[in-house]
Design a binder for this molecule. Structure first.
Ligand SMILES: Cc1ncc(COP(=O)(O)O)c(C=O)c1O
Length: 373
């Protein structure tokens, strides 16, 4: 009987068998045609890498054990001890922790570039500067970088551009098509999309960097398990539909919050008042994603009251699941930032981040209305 499953089965194995020495030699002579050991490659992991690569339009990709592993692999692709990296000041707190606490120990130093200075890097570039790391839409304030301008500025200074595209997803924006060198994801978020996977991926624009990424993945052991890869591939099949639904709901929620007397400010690129609204409209093909932040008074009791009353936005410090959630940058994702970094960005106790899900939007609005009381 010739069994032909429609969906790739889960190859839940750490290793693959060989008939004899000739067979193992053939594996090394024809890489890619066979599998040896799942850390080096597995059909499920490869399927995920290929899917992310296709979406982002790259020359090759690697799937990693988390988004953090993806950031680490991306930086190691270009940097060694003695090198310097630039990082947008508006960045996920974990990325800052990796740079501040760990890569600094390995001799890779960092300077942070304020959002307004990203297209004027000359005062930040050193002879050893190798790359700039930024997010297409920043976590948590949803600032949108101008990829055309940033690619031109990086090229002028001989820097590689590494873009964390987690918030935007390739449904909205594909940074490699603008000339970025690497694009990375916390697959944990929109790519997998159901809050049941921890995974990451990095995609390279050129084949040489893709090969380097693969070696880093294997040698540092950053690669992903078959089961997580399988779940991520399954999630990605609905990403286009989900991101459209997240974006529609988030725009309605942002407009609602923008009018609410208890809310001091709303950060969502889809609002015409957002400073990068026109840019976001062009770079996101008219969609703005499912993430937004808003500001309540800087009083923990007010924020706690909102969290306790809300039923549809549970406080869960992640994002991008089909079910809505809320998070708190100061207490969770951005607690590793220095006090000065947080003050500069305005990450204070009143800042609440929403991940708007794909539930019926009127249910979300009713819940927010009663939670804001
Ligand atoms: C923008 C961004 N990049 C990277 C990460 C890290 O991803 P992971 O938690 O999958 O390691 C996160 C996690 O929240 C994130 O928000």
């Amino acid at each position: 009987m010739n069994i032909q499953p429609k969906i790739t089965p889960i190859y839940q194995t750490s290793v693959f068998k060989f008939e004899d020495l000739d067979a193992v030699q053939q594996y090394f002579d024809e890489p890619g045609s066979r599998y040896l050991y799942s850390r080096n490659g597995n059909p499920n992991t490869d399927e995920l890498a290929a899917a992310v690569n296709r979406w982002e339009g790259g020359a090759g990709a690697v799937a990693t054990g988390s988004g953090m592993a993806a950031i680490f692999a991306a930086i190691l692709t270009y940097c060694q001890a003695g090198d310097h990296v630039l990082c947008a000041a508006d960045i996920y707190g974990g990325s800052a922790a990796l740079l501040n606490l760990e890569l600094s120990r390995l001799g890779i130093s960092v300077s942070y570039v304020p959002f307004e200075q990203l297209y004027e890097l000359k005062n930040y570039v050193q002879p050893t500067t190798r790359l700039l790391l930024c997010e297409t839409m920043s976590n948590p304030l949803l600032r949108v970088v101008d990829l055309h301008a940033l690619v031109a500025e990086c090229q002028q200074h001989g820097l590689k551009l590494v873009v964390d595209n987690t918030f935007s997803t390739p449904v909205l924006t594909r940074p490699l098509t603008y000339g970025a060198d690497l694009v990375l994801h916390s697959v944990t978020k929109y790519l997998a999309g159901h809050s049941d996977v921890t995974a990451g991926a990095v995609v390279a624009r050129v084949a040489e960097d893709a090969a380097r990424l693969r070696q880093i993945g294997v040698v540092f052991g950053l690669t992903l398990s078959p089961m997580e890869s399988w779940l991520s591939v399954r999630g990605m099949k609905t990403m286009r539909l989900r991101v459209a639904a997240h974006s529609e709901n988030a725009l309605i929620v942002a407009e609602f919050l923008d009018q609410h007397p208890a809310v001091e400010a709303v950060y969502y690129p889809g609002l015409p008042t957002h400073p990068q609204h026109t840019l976001a409209t062009m770079q996101g093909a008219g969609r703005f994603g499912g993430m937004l932040s808003f500001r309540l008074p800087d009083d923990a009791a007010v924020v706690n009251g909102f969290m306790q009353r809300s039923r549809l936005f549970p406080f869960a410090p992640s994002l991008a699941g089909v079910d809505s959630s809320c998070s708190h940058p100061l207490y969770t994702s951005h607690r590793a930032l220095t006090d000065a970094q947080r003050a500069e960005l305005g990450i204070s106790v009143g800042l609440v981040r929403l991940s708007v899900g794909i539930e019926p939007v009127e249910e979300l609005l009713a819940d927010l209305a009663q939670a804001l009381g």
